[in-house]
Every structure is written in C-alpha cells, then in structure tokens.
Write a protein that binds this ligand. Structure first.
Ligand SMILES: [Zn+2]
Length: 345
C-alpha cells in the first residue's frame, strides 16, 4: 500500500455511478418483448431458485504460491490468509516486493518527526518497512518463507512501463532516495537499473527459478499506479518465461487494495468485493478464513507499524473473515506500452 497516488479518499462521483449501475432497472421503462407463440411460456414458479453461492478459491495441496507485492504490506493485505492456507496444506510461499515502500513523504514525516526528509531518511524508512515485512510473515507462521526485495522505485513503477523502458535513455531516478538502481546486494541480474525491461527480467528470473503454480498480483484496475504497473510487469515477465519454458503454466489470481473508498468500515465481518468492479474472467472468488487465520492476519498487519501510524483503519479493513480474488480476462501485454497505462490511474 501507500496512500499517495491512490484515490481511495475521494470520489463520490464514482460511488454514485456505481450505485446507479447497481440499481435495479425500473419496471416498464423498457419496451417488453412479446412472447413468441411458438415457444412454450415458462411455467410461473412461486419458489425462487436459491442464489448461486459465490465461487470459492480452491487451494490445491502443495501449491507453490508467489505473491507479488508492490510495497511491503500489500502481500498481507491481499493474501495474508491465502499464504497461511498454502502453508497449512503443504505448500510453499515466496513473496517478491517490487519496492521498499520508501517513497512516502507523509509516512516518513510522521515516523521521523521531520518536516523535510532527506534521501537518507527515505532509505531508512524503506529499511524499516523491510523489517516489518519480515516480522509480518513470521507472525503469519511463515518464518521460512523466501522474501525477495527487488528495490525498485516506490511511486515510479508506472513510468518504467513506457518512458524508462530500455537503455535508449537514462534510467529513472527516484525523487525520494535519489537512486537510479537497486542496491547491488539486491540485484538478481547484474547491472540492473531502474528500467522496465530490467524489472521484467528480474521477475522472470524469480518465476523461472521458483516455478510457482499460483501467482497472486494486484489487479490491473487497482487505482494505485504502482499496483497497476505490478500487473503489467508480471504479465510481461510471464511472456518472457514462456519463451524459455514453453511448457510453463501457472494460475494467476488477482487481489485488490485500492479502489475508491473500499473497503468500507461498516461492512461487517465479511470482505465484499469493491462495488462497480467486476470479477474478471472468473467472477469474484472468496477464500473463507478460519478465525485463527483472520486473527493472525490482523496481528501480522500490526507488524507494519509505520503504516499503522498513518492509516490503521485502512489496514484493519482487510482483516476480515474472507479474502477476495479474481482471475484476469485474457489480455495481451506488450511492453513498453505506447501510452502509460497506469500513470493516469
Ligand atoms: Zn501498495
């Protein structure tokens, strides 16, 4: 997560539109089709069929789950329950953090009580968020989970899908940390810089190495630009992986963190999907959590103390009795894109 760039604080207009879309059609407002004399009329029935229960997300035994987190905490917000379930059913979990979440001025100011943070302050904040990410997985009962921090620029991922794609121009430089490459100790591919093709290459390396049977990544429609870009980068890197391993298949599922003012505080114990957002190719799928899984998730979210200090209510909104996922519709990702698909989110 990260509040900047996201729009979950405002748009009443979108909500009004969603409400309009969800309103039942006014009876008689549309011309009715006349029943065809050649077709038998349906027998009127006094008993309504029971509503179709929402599909569940199946978690096969021995799942190899890769969670793509744009920032430390997105993994637990979106899939903290799923990660526990995979572990409990004999599977393996690996989390890749695309950024350290260090480009968050409001968070740094609040945490360090300083008015004008320096590059050193931002870097320190990122290190703290990494420690929190580790503590959170320990709290989820996943102390041995493989955590990979790629160290790409927080708040800059969408720029890497187009303008800062290749060596044809200089690498992107973070306005916060002033870095234009990940720390050398974190580079999976030598000489990696803040360029889109470098990020895709590193992700492809992780996927080729881990061979996940399931990958959880934010939805393309997530209104935080880094989250949207994460979807594009994952799917671009999957193209690369399949070129090398044509037999590779995986189950891509999507989670969502930022969508208007969702999740709503007064929704009760269940996490309903965001209104106005359809459930992709699969429809929304629920993963019901046990009380212990929900409790662990809530406690794990509290390990992100830097984020709890600025938006505890938002994090708590995800600690419910279920999680929601969807599978994406077929979509051909070609990067670099001709326009920046996420920067205007
Ligand atoms: Zn995030």
């Amino acid at each position: 997560m990260n509040s900047k760039n996201s729009r979950w604080a405002a748009p009443a207009l979108s909500l009004a539109f969603a409400a309009l879309m969800l309103s039942p059609a006014v009876d008689g407002a549309q011309p009715r089709a006349m029943p065809s004399p050649s077709k038998p009329r349906a027998k009127p029935s006094a008993v309504k069929p029971p509503p179709t229960p929402p599909p569940m997300l199946e978690v096969p035994e021995a799942t190899r789950l890769l969670v793509i987190a744009p920032h430390p905490d997105d993994d637990v917000l979106g899939a903290g329950g799923l990660m526990q379930r995979v572990k409990a059913t004999g599977g393996t979990v690996r989390v890749v953090y695309l950024t350290d979440g260090d480009g968050y001025p409001e968070g740094v100011k609040e945490e360090d009580h300083i008015e004008t943070p320096t590059a050193t302050d931002y870097l320190g904040y990122g290190k703290q968020r990494r420690r929190e990410a580790h503590a959170a997985l320990v709290r989820l009962g996943l102390p041995g989970a493989f955590q990979t921090f790629l160290g790409f620029p927080d708040g800059g991922l969408c720029r890497l899908t187009r303008a800062y794609w290749s060596e044809r121009r200089g690498a992107y430089r973070s306005p916060y940390t002033r870095l234009n490459r990940p720390p050398r100790s974190e580079m999976l591919v030598p000489a990696t810089q803040y360029r889109g093709e470098d990020l895709s290459q590193e992700l492809a390396l992780v996927i080729g190495d881990f061979k996940p049977t399931m990958i959880a990544v934010p939805r393309r429609e997530d209104q935080h630009a880094d989250h949207c870009a994460a979807w594009y980068f994952l799917n671009d890197s999957l193209n690369d992986v399949r070129r090398v391993h044509p037999e590779f298949t995986t189950d891509e599922i999507n989670y969502i963190v930022h969508f208007n003012t969702w999740p709503f505080e007064d929704d009760g114990p269940r996490l309903e999907p965001p209104p106005g957002l359809r459930g992709g190719a699969s429809g929304w799928m629920r993963l019901p959590l046990t009380p212990a899984e929900t409790r662990n998730k809530r406690q794990a979210l509290r390990r992100f103390t830097t984020q709890m200090h600025v938006m505890d209510w938002f994090l708590d909104g995800f600690a419910r009795s279920n999680e929601v996922f969807s599978r994406p519709k077929p979509f051909r990702v070609i990067l670099p894109s001709r326009r920046s698909p996420c920067c205007d989110q």
